[in-house]
Design a protein around this ligand. Structure first.
Ligand SMILES: Cc1cc2nc3c(=O)[nH]c(=O)nc-3n(C[C@H](O)[C@H](O)[C@H](O)COP(=O)(O)OP(=O)(O)OC[C@H]3O[C@@H](n4cnc5c(N)ncnc54)[C@H](O)[C@@H]3O)c2cc1C
Length: 316
Protein backbone atom coordinates (compact mmCIF):
# COMPACT_ATOMS: atom_id res chain seq x y z
CA UNK A 1 0.00 0.00 0.00
CA UNK A 2 1.48 3.35 -1.06
CA UNK A 3 -0.29 5.48 1.51
CA UNK A 4 0.51 3.31 4.54
CA UNK A 5 2.64 5.08 7.13
CA UNK A 6 4.89 3.21 9.57
CA UNK A 7 3.90 5.62 12.32
CA UNK A 8 1.36 8.40 12.67
CA UNK A 9 1.89 10.84 15.54
CA UNK A 10 -1.24 12.61 16.79
CA UNK A 11 -0.35 16.00 18.30
CA UNK A 12 2.20 18.70 17.48
CA UNK A 13 3.44 19.76 20.93
CA UNK A 14 6.85 19.00 22.47
CA UNK A 15 6.11 15.26 22.91
CA UNK A 16 4.75 14.69 19.38
CA UNK A 17 7.48 16.71 17.69
CA UNK A 18 10.23 14.94 19.63
CA UNK A 19 8.70 11.61 18.57
CA UNK A 20 8.74 12.91 14.99
CA UNK A 21 12.43 13.87 15.18
CA UNK A 22 13.28 10.35 16.37
CA UNK A 23 11.00 8.40 13.98
CA UNK A 24 12.06 10.36 10.90
CA UNK A 25 15.76 10.08 11.83
CA UNK A 26 15.15 6.31 12.11
CA UNK A 27 13.82 6.54 8.51
CA UNK A 28 10.35 5.34 9.46
CA UNK A 29 7.68 6.68 7.12
CA UNK A 30 6.19 9.18 9.58
CA UNK A 31 3.32 11.67 9.61
CA UNK A 32 2.36 14.12 12.35
CA UNK A 33 -1.29 15.25 12.52
CA UNK A 34 -1.92 18.45 14.45
CA UNK A 35 -5.26 19.99 15.39
CA UNK A 36 -5.84 23.66 14.61
CA UNK A 37 -8.90 23.65 16.90
CA UNK A 38 -7.37 22.31 20.12
CA UNK A 39 -4.49 24.53 21.21
CA UNK A 40 -1.36 22.86 22.58
CA UNK A 41 -0.32 23.96 26.06
CA UNK A 42 3.33 24.69 25.29
CA UNK A 43 2.51 27.29 22.65
CA UNK A 44 0.50 29.37 25.13
CA UNK A 45 3.21 29.43 27.83
CA UNK A 46 4.77 32.89 27.89
CA UNK A 47 8.19 32.17 29.34
CA UNK A 48 9.66 28.70 29.84
CA UNK A 49 12.58 29.00 32.20
CA UNK A 50 13.03 25.39 33.32
CA UNK A 51 13.72 23.75 29.95
CA UNK A 52 17.49 23.06 29.84
CA UNK A 53 19.59 25.00 27.37
CA UNK A 54 17.78 28.34 27.61
CA UNK A 55 19.22 30.12 30.68
CA UNK A 56 17.38 33.35 29.79
CA UNK A 57 14.08 31.45 29.32
CA UNK A 58 12.22 31.06 26.04
CA UNK A 59 8.68 31.77 24.86
CA UNK A 60 6.67 28.53 24.44
CA UNK A 61 5.59 29.26 20.87
CA UNK A 62 9.19 30.00 19.85
CA UNK A 63 10.40 26.76 21.46
CA UNK A 64 7.79 24.64 19.66
CA UNK A 65 8.69 26.34 16.34
CA UNK A 66 12.31 25.25 16.91
CA UNK A 67 11.18 21.65 17.53
CA UNK A 68 9.10 21.80 14.33
CA UNK A 69 11.96 23.15 12.24
CA UNK A 70 14.22 20.38 13.55
CA UNK A 71 11.61 17.68 12.75
CA UNK A 72 11.21 19.04 9.20
CA UNK A 73 14.96 18.80 8.55
CA UNK A 74 14.68 15.03 9.02
CA UNK A 75 11.71 14.72 6.63
CA UNK A 76 8.72 14.37 8.97
CA UNK A 77 5.42 14.80 7.04
CA UNK A 78 2.77 17.13 8.51
CA UNK A 79 -1.03 17.27 8.19
CA UNK A 80 -3.63 19.38 9.98
CA UNK A 81 -6.89 18.07 11.40
CA UNK A 82 -8.50 16.94 14.63
CA UNK A 83 -8.43 13.17 15.03
CA UNK A 84 -11.95 11.99 15.87
CA UNK A 85 -11.76 8.22 15.50
CA UNK A 86 -9.30 5.36 15.11
CA UNK A 87 -10.01 1.74 14.21
CA UNK A 88 -8.24 -1.33 12.88
CA UNK A 89 -8.55 -2.60 9.31
CA UNK A 90 -7.28 -5.77 7.59
CA UNK A 91 -6.45 -5.64 3.87
CA UNK A 92 -4.39 -8.15 1.82
CA UNK A 93 -3.35 -9.89 5.06
CA UNK A 94 -1.99 -6.63 6.52
CA UNK A 95 -3.57 -5.27 9.71
CA UNK A 96 -3.21 -1.53 10.21
CA UNK A 97 -4.82 1.46 11.90
CA UNK A 98 -7.16 3.90 10.23
CA UNK A 99 -7.03 7.39 11.71
CA UNK A 100 -9.92 9.68 10.85
CA UNK A 101 -10.07 13.46 11.12
CA UNK A 102 -13.14 15.56 10.28
CA UNK A 103 -12.51 15.15 6.52
CA UNK A 104 -9.58 12.77 5.90
CA UNK A 105 -8.54 9.19 6.60
CA UNK A 106 -4.91 8.13 7.13
CA UNK A 107 -3.45 4.59 7.40
CA UNK A 108 -0.60 3.52 9.64
CA UNK A 109 1.01 0.44 11.15
CA UNK A 110 1.45 2.20 14.50
CA UNK A 111 0.25 5.29 16.37
CA UNK A 112 1.90 7.62 18.85
CA UNK A 113 -0.70 9.61 20.80
CA UNK A 114 0.69 13.00 21.90
CA UNK A 115 -2.52 14.99 22.26
CA UNK A 116 -1.77 16.73 25.58
CA UNK A 117 -4.51 18.10 27.80
CA UNK A 118 -6.96 21.01 27.74
CA UNK A 119 -7.93 23.51 30.43
CA UNK A 120 -10.65 22.61 32.93
CA UNK A 121 -13.69 24.86 33.15
CA UNK A 122 -15.14 26.34 36.34
CA UNK A 123 -18.65 25.33 35.23
CA UNK A 124 -20.34 28.31 36.86
CA UNK A 125 -23.10 30.57 35.51
CA UNK A 126 -21.75 33.22 33.15
CA UNK A 127 -18.57 31.32 32.20
CA UNK A 128 -19.76 30.17 28.79
CA UNK A 129 -21.70 33.37 28.06
CA UNK A 130 -18.65 35.58 28.67
CA UNK A 131 -15.96 33.35 27.10
CA UNK A 132 -14.18 35.70 24.68
CA UNK A 133 -15.99 38.65 26.31
CA UNK A 134 -13.82 38.85 29.41
CA UNK A 135 -13.40 35.17 30.32
CA UNK A 136 -10.11 33.68 29.09
CA UNK A 137 -7.97 30.56 29.56
CA UNK A 138 -4.83 31.98 27.91
CA UNK A 139 -2.89 34.97 29.21
CA UNK A 140 -0.48 34.99 26.26
CA UNK A 141 -3.40 35.18 23.82
CA UNK A 142 -5.56 37.73 25.64
CA UNK A 143 -3.40 39.50 28.27
CA UNK A 144 -2.76 42.62 26.17
CA UNK A 145 -6.53 43.23 25.90
CA UNK A 146 -6.58 43.99 29.63
CA UNK A 147 -3.97 46.75 29.72
CA UNK A 148 -4.51 48.98 32.82
CA UNK A 149 -7.61 47.00 33.78
CA UNK A 150 -8.54 45.12 36.95
CA UNK A 151 -8.88 41.39 36.51
CA UNK A 152 -9.53 38.26 38.53
CA UNK A 153 -7.42 35.12 38.16
CA UNK A 154 -8.63 31.76 39.45
CA UNK A 155 -6.17 29.01 40.49
CA UNK A 156 -3.08 28.45 42.61
CA UNK A 157 -0.78 26.01 40.78
CA UNK A 158 2.28 26.64 38.59
CA UNK A 159 0.34 27.53 35.45
CA UNK A 160 -1.93 29.96 37.36
CA UNK A 161 0.99 31.74 39.01
CA UNK A 162 3.09 31.88 35.82
CA UNK A 163 0.16 33.37 33.97
CA UNK A 164 -0.52 35.84 36.80
CA UNK A 165 3.11 37.01 36.64
CA UNK A 166 2.78 37.50 32.89
CA UNK A 167 -0.48 39.46 33.32
CA UNK A 168 1.14 41.86 35.81
CA UNK A 169 2.93 43.34 32.76
CA UNK A 170 -0.43 44.61 31.47
CA UNK A 171 -3.06 44.80 34.18
CA UNK A 172 -3.56 47.46 36.85
CA UNK A 173 -4.59 45.02 39.57
CA UNK A 174 -4.96 41.22 39.69
CA UNK A 175 -7.06 39.53 42.35
CA UNK A 176 -6.05 35.89 42.63
CA UNK A 177 -8.83 33.70 44.00
CA UNK A 178 -7.83 30.29 45.33
CA UNK A 179 -9.85 27.61 47.08
CA UNK A 180 -7.04 26.85 49.54
CA UNK A 181 -5.26 29.09 52.07
CA UNK A 182 -1.90 28.94 50.27
CA UNK A 183 -0.54 28.50 46.75
CA UNK A 184 0.40 25.11 45.34
CA UNK A 185 2.92 26.58 42.87
CA UNK A 186 6.72 26.03 42.98
CA UNK A 187 8.33 28.10 45.77
CA UNK A 188 10.26 30.47 43.46
CA UNK A 189 7.02 31.37 41.67
CA UNK A 190 5.25 31.88 45.01
CA UNK A 191 7.97 34.27 46.17
CA UNK A 192 7.63 36.34 43.00
CA UNK A 193 3.84 36.56 43.00
CA UNK A 194 3.39 37.16 46.74
CA UNK A 195 5.78 40.12 46.61
CA UNK A 196 4.25 41.68 43.48
CA UNK A 197 2.51 44.97 44.31
CA UNK A 198 -0.16 44.53 41.62
CA UNK A 199 -1.46 41.35 43.30
CA UNK A 200 -4.26 40.88 45.80
CA UNK A 201 -5.35 37.49 47.15
CA UNK A 202 -8.66 36.02 48.24
CA UNK A 203 -8.05 32.68 49.98
CA UNK A 204 -10.34 29.72 50.75
CA UNK A 205 -12.78 30.93 48.14
CA UNK A 206 -14.49 29.93 44.91
CA UNK A 207 -15.90 32.00 42.07
CA UNK A 208 -19.57 30.99 41.95
CA UNK A 209 -20.85 33.31 39.21
CA UNK A 210 -19.44 35.57 36.49
CA UNK A 211 -21.62 38.60 35.88
CA UNK A 212 -21.95 41.46 33.39
CA UNK A 213 -23.98 42.75 30.47
CA UNK A 214 -22.20 42.67 27.10
CA UNK A 215 -18.89 42.00 28.86
CA UNK A 216 -17.70 40.87 32.30
CA UNK A 217 -18.24 43.42 35.08
CA UNK A 218 -17.79 41.38 38.26
CA UNK A 219 -17.57 37.95 39.86
CA UNK A 220 -19.42 36.57 42.86
CA UNK A 221 -17.05 34.86 45.31
CA UNK A 222 -17.93 32.51 48.16
CA UNK A 223 -15.67 31.74 51.12
CA UNK A 224 -15.84 27.97 51.51
CA UNK A 225 -15.08 28.11 55.25
CA UNK A 226 -17.53 30.86 56.31
CA UNK A 227 -20.02 30.68 53.37
CA UNK A 228 -19.76 34.48 53.15
CA UNK A 229 -20.35 35.85 49.64
CA UNK A 230 -18.97 39.02 48.08
CA UNK A 231 -18.65 40.72 44.72
CA UNK A 232 -15.32 41.60 43.10
CA UNK A 233 -15.41 44.18 40.30
CA UNK A 234 -13.30 43.21 37.28
CA UNK A 235 -13.20 43.39 33.50
CA UNK A 236 -11.52 40.05 32.93
CA UNK A 237 -11.53 36.56 34.47
CA UNK A 238 -8.57 34.25 33.72
CA UNK A 239 -9.14 30.61 34.70
CA UNK A 240 -6.27 28.17 35.39
CA UNK A 241 -7.65 25.37 37.55
CA UNK A 242 -6.19 22.28 35.96
CA UNK A 243 -6.57 20.24 32.86
CA UNK A 244 -8.14 17.12 31.40
CA UNK A 245 -6.54 14.92 28.70
CA UNK A 246 -7.52 15.09 25.02
CA UNK A 247 -8.23 11.37 24.79
CA UNK A 248 -11.97 11.15 24.07
CA UNK A 249 -11.39 9.38 20.73
CA UNK A 250 -9.51 6.55 22.52
CA UNK A 251 -12.36 5.43 24.81
CA UNK A 252 -12.82 1.68 24.47
CA UNK A 253 -9.60 1.35 22.44
CA UNK A 254 -6.85 1.71 25.03
CA UNK A 255 -6.89 1.65 28.83
CA UNK A 256 -7.58 5.08 30.33
CA UNK A 257 -7.54 5.89 34.04
CA UNK A 258 -10.61 7.23 35.85
CA UNK A 259 -9.84 10.80 34.69
CA UNK A 260 -9.15 9.84 31.08
CA UNK A 261 -5.33 9.78 31.07
CA UNK A 262 -3.75 7.01 28.99
CA UNK A 263 -2.19 4.25 31.06
CA UNK A 264 1.18 3.47 29.46
CA UNK A 265 4.29 1.71 30.76
CA UNK A 266 7.82 3.13 31.05
CA UNK A 267 8.37 2.39 27.36
CA UNK A 268 5.21 4.39 26.49
CA UNK A 269 3.32 1.25 25.41
CA UNK A 270 -0.44 1.51 25.92
CA UNK A 271 -2.65 -1.48 26.63
CA UNK A 272 -3.06 -1.95 22.85
CA UNK A 273 -0.36 -3.38 20.56
CA UNK A 274 0.89 -0.70 18.17
CA UNK A 275 -0.41 2.31 20.14
CA UNK A 276 2.03 4.39 22.19
CA UNK A 277 1.37 7.45 24.35
CA UNK A 278 3.60 10.36 25.38
CA UNK A 279 3.43 13.76 27.08
CA UNK A 280 0.57 15.26 29.06
CA UNK A 281 -2.10 12.86 27.75
CA UNK A 282 -0.35 10.03 29.63
CA UNK A 283 -0.82 9.33 33.36
CA UNK A 284 2.43 10.55 34.94
CA UNK A 285 3.97 12.40 37.88
CA UNK A 286 5.34 15.50 36.14
CA UNK A 287 3.53 17.00 33.12
CA UNK A 288 6.21 19.37 31.82
CA UNK A 289 8.02 20.03 28.54
CA UNK A 290 11.20 18.26 29.56
CA UNK A 291 9.32 15.06 30.45
CA UNK A 292 7.11 15.38 27.33
CA UNK A 293 10.27 15.33 25.20
CA UNK A 294 11.66 12.31 27.06
CA UNK A 295 8.35 10.47 26.63
CA UNK A 296 8.30 11.39 22.93
CA UNK A 297 11.76 9.98 22.28
CA UNK A 298 10.93 6.76 24.15
CA UNK A 299 7.60 6.33 22.33
CA UNK A 300 9.43 6.70 19.01
CA UNK A 301 11.94 3.98 19.85
CA UNK A 302 9.14 1.67 21.03
CA UNK A 303 7.24 2.35 17.78
CA UNK A 304 10.40 1.63 15.78
CA UNK A 305 10.86 -1.72 17.54
CA UNK A 306 7.21 -2.57 16.90
CA UNK A 307 7.58 -1.79 13.17
CA UNK A 308 10.82 -3.77 12.91
CA UNK A 309 9.07 -6.74 14.50
CA UNK A 310 6.11 -6.43 12.11
CA UNK A 311 8.40 -6.25 9.10
CA UNK A 312 10.74 -8.96 10.40
CA UNK A 313 13.76 -6.63 10.40
CA UNK A 314 14.53 -6.43 14.10
CA UNK A 315 17.97 -7.19 15.57
CA UNK A 316 17.89 -10.52 17.36
C1 LIG B 1 0.13 28.48 30.97
C2 LIG B 1 1.07 27.31 30.98
C3 LIG B 1 2.39 27.49 31.31
C4 LIG B 1 3.27 26.42 31.31
N1 LIG B 1 4.58 26.62 31.66
C5 LIG B 1 5.47 25.60 31.60
C6 LIG B 1 6.85 25.81 31.92
O1 LIG B 1 7.27 26.91 32.25
N2 LIG B 1 7.68 24.73 31.81
C7 LIG B 1 7.26 23.49 31.44
O2 LIG B 1 8.08 22.59 31.33
N3 LIG B 1 5.96 23.26 31.18
C8 LIG B 1 5.05 24.28 31.24
N4 LIG B 1 3.73 24.05 30.98
C9 LIG B 1 3.29 22.65 30.71
C10 LIG B 1 3.66 22.27 29.26
O3 LIG B 1 3.16 23.24 28.37
C11 LIG B 1 3.16 20.88 28.93
O4 LIG B 1 3.66 19.96 29.87
C12 LIG B 1 3.59 20.46 27.52
O5 LIG B 1 3.10 21.36 26.57
C13 LIG B 1 3.12 19.03 27.19
O6 LIG B 1 3.45 18.74 25.87
P1 LIG B 1 2.53 17.78 25.00
O7 LIG B 1 3.24 17.61 23.71
O8 LIG B 1 2.19 16.57 25.79
O9 LIG B 1 1.15 18.55 24.82
P2 LIG B 1 0.77 19.96 24.17
O10 LIG B 1 1.90 20.91 24.17
O11 LIG B 1 -0.47 20.37 24.87
O12 LIG B 1 0.43 19.59 22.66
C14 LIG B 1 -0.69 18.80 22.34
C15 LIG B 1 -0.86 18.77 20.83
O13 LIG B 1 -1.89 17.84 20.48
C16 LIG B 1 -2.78 18.43 19.54
N5 LIG B 1 -4.07 17.74 19.66
C17 LIG B 1 -4.87 17.59 20.74
N6 LIG B 1 -5.93 16.82 20.46
C18 LIG B 1 -5.80 16.45 19.15
C19 LIG B 1 -6.57 15.67 18.25
N7 LIG B 1 -7.70 15.06 18.64
N8 LIG B 1 -6.14 15.54 16.97
C20 LIG B 1 -4.99 16.12 16.54
N9 LIG B 1 -4.21 16.87 17.36
C21 LIG B 1 -4.62 17.03 18.64
C22 LIG B 1 -2.79 19.91 19.91
O14 LIG B 1 -3.23 20.71 18.82
C23 LIG B 1 -1.28 20.11 20.20
O15 LIG B 1 -0.59 20.27 18.97
C24 LIG B 1 2.81 25.12 30.97
C25 LIG B 1 1.46 24.93 30.62
C26 LIG B 1 0.60 26.01 30.63
C27 LIG B 1 -0.85 25.81 30.26
Amino acid sequence: MDNLYDVIIIGGGPSGLTSGIYTSRARLKSLLIESLEIPGQAVIADNIENYPGFPEGINGFALVEKFKKQAKTFGLDFATGTVEKINTVKQNDISFWQIKTEDKTFNSLSIIVATGASHTKLNVPGEEKFTGKGVSYCATCDGALFRDKDIVLVGGGDAAVEEALFLTKFCRKITLIHRRDSLRATKILQERILSNKKMEFIWDSRVIEIMGEQKVKSVKVKNIKTNEEKMVTCEGVFIFIGQSPNTGFLKGIVELDETGYIVADENMKSSREGIFACGDCRRKLLPQIVTACGDGATAAVSARKCIEKLKGTEYK
